[in-house]
Design a protein around this ligand. Structure first.
Ligand code: PLP
Length: 476
């Protein structure tokens, strides 16, 4: 590992998802897990799904494609209204989308009808946060016009709070949401699948027992990914674990320097005129991460006695005078991130993302499943491969459900040429969130064979296989 890295503890995310899902279930609420904070990382989505979420919610097409390409078939909710040019993609790739503009809904209906489909929408109502949503007075005419469209169905009514206007969910505004939803049901003469009462911030009301009855869906990101550090500022939800995503980077300089710059002051790299208090000489460290990678204001050093002084594009300045022991060049420094910091770090191509493997049902058994093409099966039989693996304490198993391999399973795949590797990798990538790869080949070059039609479009799969560390989790 070199350079900045975000370690993502999938076990932590799974447990947080389960905590939220189980509590919501008590109140008849199904949770969609929001992965946009991690750029729609498929491993994160899978961890949330293992934790019991009913579906995944995402705001970006690139992320949705990543999720679908990795074989995730769970329901996906699109959180942001699409541009007209991508309406067809919405119909094709997601199960339900949040909508607030008739023009877009009409186009969705036109395209869906042409494809012989009916697309589910969740009509968003603005209850005061002033981001997306129709104004409540427009509800009746809007619903009436949508009901006349053949290609869309109003599957839900929803609202979004606490994102732009910082308006908190309350019994009052969410009570209005439920009333609006019932009005829409009366107009359409059909029950809605969903009354969606917001995001993580609505969980505070739920825990207080104040979430209005009728709400049966929440779209939760922060509470699962960050353990609700920002949602539950005052009274943390004790069962949620805050450290699922942790940033580390290298210390590249440590020196004793004065706390105030020397010389004539001008503007810094970002056009500011900073002011520095005089704290005499301080031990300062520089880490190799900066404003290009992360929101500096959202970083909290994990080690005691480390303080963020500021940053330029590529250098993060730390005061480490009170750190015990003081860091040295070559050490790594770790940070907790705010949601905003996580968003940027996950988007920066300079920050390595390392999903940490932690599947709770790991049995400790060493299992191997042998798959061989006829041409190779004879060789494996002649060499008594199965018996020799058993002598090495592997259980040789046959699995009917290869879509859901148990953790710890080793697949041994043999064929007469590299096409078998191509097939095996594709299957493995679809079935598991992270895996290790040992490639045994007569040519030690991992060369794709483009010429005879066996090119390896799975370069991305290979890259995933190689860069995905499987490590025991050091604790959440
Ligand atoms: C981002 C988003 C969410 C999730 O918000 P969190 O605070 O991360 O739970 C839910 N709904 C919509 C419409 C969003 O854009």
């Amino acid at each position: 590992m070199s350079g900045p890295q975000v370690a993502i503890d999938l076990g932590c995310i799974e447990r947080n998802a389960r905590t939220v899902v189980d509590r919501c279930a008590l109140s008849g609420i199904k949770v969609f897990g929001v992965t946009k904070g991690t750029c729609g990382m498929p491993q994160v989505a899978r961890a949330m799904l293992r934790g019991g979420v009913a579906g995944i919610a995402e705001s970006r097409f690139e992320n949705i494609r990543r999720l679908r390409d990795s074989g995730i078939n769970a329901p996906i909710m699109l959180l942001r209204s699409p541009p007209m040019a991508r309406v067809e993609e919405v119909v094709r790739t997601v199960d339900i989308s949040l909508q607030s503009e008739l023009a877009t809904i009409r186009e969705l209906s036109r395209i869906a009808a042409r494809m012989g489909r009916v697309h589910d929408i969740m009509l968003m109502i603005d209850l005061g946060d002033l981001r997306e949503g129709i104004w409540p007075n427009d509800l009746v005419p809007t619903v009436e016009q949508i009901l006349a469209l053949k290609g869309v169905r109003i599957a839900g009514i929803g609202t979004n709070l606490g994102c732009f206007g910082a308006i908190m969910p309350t019994e009052e505004n969410l009570g209005q949401l439920v009333a609006h939803a019932y009005k829409a049901e009366r107009l359409s003469g059909a029950r809605l699948d969903w009354i969606s009462g917001g995001a993580s911030s609505s969980l505070t009301l739920l825990l207080e027992g104040l979430l209005p009855a009728g709400i049966n869906n929440l779209r939760v990101g922060e509470a699962i990914l960050q353990g609700g550090v920002e949602t539950f500022r005052e009274t943390p939800w004790a069962e949620l674990e805050p450290d699922a995503c942790r940033l580390t980077s290298d210390i590249i300089e440590v020196k004793l320097k004065p706390s105030r710059p020397i010389g004539q002051s001008g503007y810094d790299a970002f056009g500011n005129q900073p002011v520095f208090p005089d704290e005499r000489d301080r031990l300062r460290a520089i880490a190799n991460i900066g404003r290009e990678d992360v929101l500096i204001e959202g970083l909290t050093p994990i080690a005691k006695g480390v303080r963020v002084l500021g940053a330029s594009s590529d250098h993060l300045l730390l005061d480490v005078t009170d750190a015990d022991p003081p860091p040295a060049v070559g050490d790594r420094v770790a940070f907790r991130m705010s949601y905003g910091a996580m968003l940027l770090a996950m988007t920066s191509e300079y920050v390595e993302k390392a999903p940490m493997h932690d599947v709770e049902d790991f049995s400790g058994r060493k299992m191997v499943q042998i798959t061989a093409e006829p041409a190779a099966a004879g060789i494996l039989a002649r060499e008594a491969t199965g018996a020799r693996l058993e002598a090495m304490n592997f259980d040789v198993v046959e699995l009917a459900d290869i879509e859901r391999p148990p953790s710890g399973l080793v697949r041994l795949t043999a064929g007469s040429d590299r096409r078998i590797a191509h097939k095996a990798l594709t299957m493995t990538a679809r079935a598991t969130h992270s895996f290790g790869l040992i490639w045994i080949d007569s040519i030690a070059a991992l060369m794709p064979e483009g010429e005879d039609g066996i090119d390896l479009p799975e370069r991305s799969v290979l890259a995933r296989a190689r860069t995905m560390p499987i490590r025991p989790k050091p604790g959440c």
